[in-house]
Design a protein around this ligand. Structure first.
Ligand code: ADP
Length: 477
């Protein structure tokens, strides 16, 4: 079997390997991928540091051409890369192809942004002096990504990092190295100079930790768990380093009496269960007013009965497997916790066997949950959703905001007044009206508040806030 290696200083290197296992069929090894060491990480950081001066001064046309080429190749190979993604992560093939298309669009967007780099020229308050405000790249960016979006998250961090003139050391999640290897290979062949983009696959505790410990990493962008996010923050403060964190969510979706029932059920089923509930924007708290509660629960339960849980590659599958055994245990532990806390198991909760051995779990719906239960406060990251009954809109808003997180929030209503009030008063970074809480555009800011996020927004032109440092220059003329 081919061994997919790490890319350090323009060379493919590495001898230790780990197996990439398909969660839809644990007998299938998707590939053998390098397991990087501390030494590899140090070499990658040194290579990125050495490549920075030239790349930071590279022409914007060169950056445009490389990012565009990468975007075009990803789009041309969307079916093949989508299948690779579905096999290594377990989301369904249509979802995986959709994510691959999005990765391509992100590269296309930042290829365009490279040509739109601009600053400001403004007069000084003192005579005969001019002021220019420009953006400099930061230097070496450490990119640490999670397993749930194996191609889109690397794309939305790598593309802006390179676009604004930074060099990169990239560490993907242990469970999903294949898509990361593929996009690094594409960018390498698209003509990136040696050392500008380095890939070090391996363990968080080894490769990730070596990135956190290095004074030569000038910025870290991280998406993952709250616990690791805190480590990134603590280490970064010690090194006076800029950092950006995207962590958990416990996203609410409010359903009001006046909601269109079909719209509400479609949005809730999508938000809660698609991608196996493994999206940080998934909505795991459905906050439903009294008048529609029973109708909504009945219609959602009916919908869940129609959803097929099976191998991600099989046509007709709506929900793929859970990503691995550890996450499956977390999910089933929380189902047990929900039961013990007194929530009513309205649907699912059981493991399922399919033709191929995998981590299959029924979509699981709890009703009669309260917002104080652990299943309503802690991020589960699986297809497990709780319904919380409330009296009216005011109580719904207050329950929606009563959470340590603040990534995305949704409301299903036909009332302009309540939709407008919710958009203004929701304590989340992203608000959705009559839409799932998950599923966002690639050209506008992404991010949250409270325990969900730290630092500037990702994506769209707002990405420049993290990947650059503003410079103010004064000239006496
Ligand atoms: P999850 O529990 O969902 O896997 P993690 O936060 O552990 O979330 O993982 C997100 C990313 O952080 C992964 O790429 C992982 O390897 C990395 N990571 C884990 N531990 C550390 C660490 N100590 N230092 C840096 N990165 C880490």
């Amino acid at each position: 079997m081919t061994i997919y290696k790490n890319l350090i200083a323009g060379e493919w290197v590495g001898s230790d390997v780990t197996k990439n296992i398909n969660p839809s069929d644990t007998n299938e090894v998707v590939g053998l991928y390098a397991d990087g060491t501390t030494e590899d990480t140090k070499n990658a950081i040194a290579a990125a540091k050495a490549a920075f001066p030239a790349w930071s001064r590279s022409g914007i046309w060169e950056r445009h051409v490389i990012l565009k080429k990468a975007g075009d190749e990803i789009m041309a190979r969307k079916d093949e890369l989508g299948a690779l993604l579905a096999r290594e992560e377990g989301k369904t093939l249509p979802e995986a192809i959709g994510e691959t298309i999005r990765a391509s669009q992100i590269f296309e967007f930042f290829a365009g942004e490279a040509l739109r780099l601009a600053g400001e020229v403004i007069p000084s308050v003192r005579p005969n002096i001019g002021v220019e405000i420009t953006r400099d790249p930061l230097g070496v960016i450490g990119i640490i990504t999670p397993w749930n979006f194996p191609i889109a998250i690397p794309a939305w961090k790598i593309a802006p990092a390179l676009c604004y003139g930074n060099t990169v050391v990239f560490k993907p999640a242990e469970l999903v190295p294949a898509c990361s290897w593929a996009i690094v290979d594409i960018l390498h062949r698209a003509g990136l100079p040696k050392g500008v983009l380095n890939l070090v696959m391996g363990k968080g505790s080894v490769v990730g930790q070596a990135m956190l410990d290095s004074p030569d990493v000038t910025g870290i962008t991280f998406t993952g768990s709250t616990g690791t996010g805190r480590r990134v923050a603590a280490a970064s403060i010690e090194h006076n380093r800029k950092f950006q964190l995207e962590m958990g969510g416990k996203n609410p979706m409010v359903v009001l009496d006046d909601a269109d029932l079909t719209v509400a059920v479609e949005a809730a089923a999508n938000s809660g269960f698609f991608s196996t509930g493994q999206r940080c924007t998934a909505s795991s708290r459905l906050i439903v007013t009294e008048g529609i509660h029973d109708k909504f629960v009945a219609a959602l339960t009916e919908k869940l009965q129609t959803l097929v849980v099976d191998n991600a590659m099989k046509p007709g599958t709506h929900i793929g497997p859970v990503v691995d055994e550890r996450q499956l245990k977390t999910d089933t532990d929380y189902i047990e916790i929900g039961r013990k806390e007194g929530a009513k198991l309205a649907f699912g909760g059981e493991l399922i066997n399919r033709e191929t051995p995998g981590f299959y779990l029924q979509p699981t719906l709890f009703t009669e949950a309260t917002n104080q239960m652990r299943i309503s406060r802690e991020e589960i990251f699986g297809p497990v959703v709780s319904v919380i009954r409330v009296k009216d809109y005011e109580e719904a808003l207050s329950v929606a905001n009563d959470t340590p997180f603040g990534l995305s929030a949704g409301i299903a209503t036909t009332s302009l007044k309540h939709a407008t009030h919710f958009k203004r008063n929701s304590e989340a970074g992203m608000v959705m009206v009559n839409l799932p809480t998950a599923g966002v555009d690639f050209h506008v800011p992404f991010g949250g508040r409270k325990g969900s996020s730290y630092g500037p927004r990702e994506q769209g032109k707002y990405a420049a806030e993290f990947y650059t440092s503003v410079k103010t220059a004064y000239t006496l003329a």
